[in-house]
Design a protein around this ligand. Sequence first.
Ligand code: NAP
Length: 309
Amino acid sequence: MIPVNSVLQVGHFPEVMQAEIHKRLSPTLHPDPEAPAPAGQFQTILIRSNTKLPEALIKQMPAIRLVATCGVGYDNLPLSYLKEKGIKATNTPGVLNDAVCELAIGMLFGLLRRIPQAQAFVKNREWSKAPFPITTTLAGKRVGIVGMGRIGQDLAKRLEPFKVNIAYTGPSRKDVSYDFYPNIVELASICDVLFLACPATPETDKLINAQVLEALGPNSFLINIARGSVVDEDALLVALQQKKIAGAALDVFENEPNPHLDFLNIDNVLLTPHIGSATLETRQLMTNLAIDNLEAFYNQQPLLTEVKN
Ligand code: NAP
């Protein structure tokens, strides 16, 4: 049983998520995270991973004991402050793998076969004037995955039927049959396609820099379904403009929802507005898992998916 007036919902939730929330609880709404905390004895916060939770907001609510974020990434939370105050956090891992991997595969083929450009070609009536330029086949290519975690492993399984060779990098070797490259530059140098599926952490900040892009090379593609901070966008823009890599598909950006304007004027990109988990089914699952964690907290049960901070 979740007590009334105990949950503060911070930030905006899309309609489908808000409907799920209202089926199970009536949180106090606090749409602007930067605004002063409303009056009340809130014990928990419900938030989405695209909304940054300011430390200053929590400081105004000393009774807060749990932050439940909807999303697997928790780089939106002030983790060291939460730890210092003994405030627990939960996220929603696993339930979004299908949607994120489906988008990643869609972006892969959209990028290699230039599907958005091909549609524009038909719609703009260019087809009758000349054939559409030849593109690239995936089969036989080497695909690298940066971050062989839940999403990385699901993605790799989905890629196997496409007749590709898969390799990966990360802090540690995983119990998988794919080739492990401890060094990301070495991985990039052997890849035709490099997927990013790691978390946003201080260690992954601008991990994809000029050196990695140089190693990727002019015939290879980058696909980012992780976080914008993982890529040095200035270096990526140079690499795209100077055709140092063949192209990039980006679902996430350093500055959302206003990505660097130069991305909009480049042809060899496929851009989506951070929609990895944005399907009806997945958003319902994420919302309900976040609420399950709130319920577990109020029922004094173990949290289902606690962030180990
Ligand atoms: P996960 O299970 O924690 O997997 C992350 C993997 O990244 C782990 O295998 C981890 O290795 C690895 N990693 C950590 N630091 C690394 C580094 N410096 N270099 C390379 N790999 C590193 O998380 P997940 O559920 O797969 O989600 C991954 C990320 O996807 C999330 O954090 C989130 O930011 C992003 N995401 C994006 C969307 C979207 O809408 N586009 C949706 C969902 C998730 P270890 O296990 O050895 O630590």
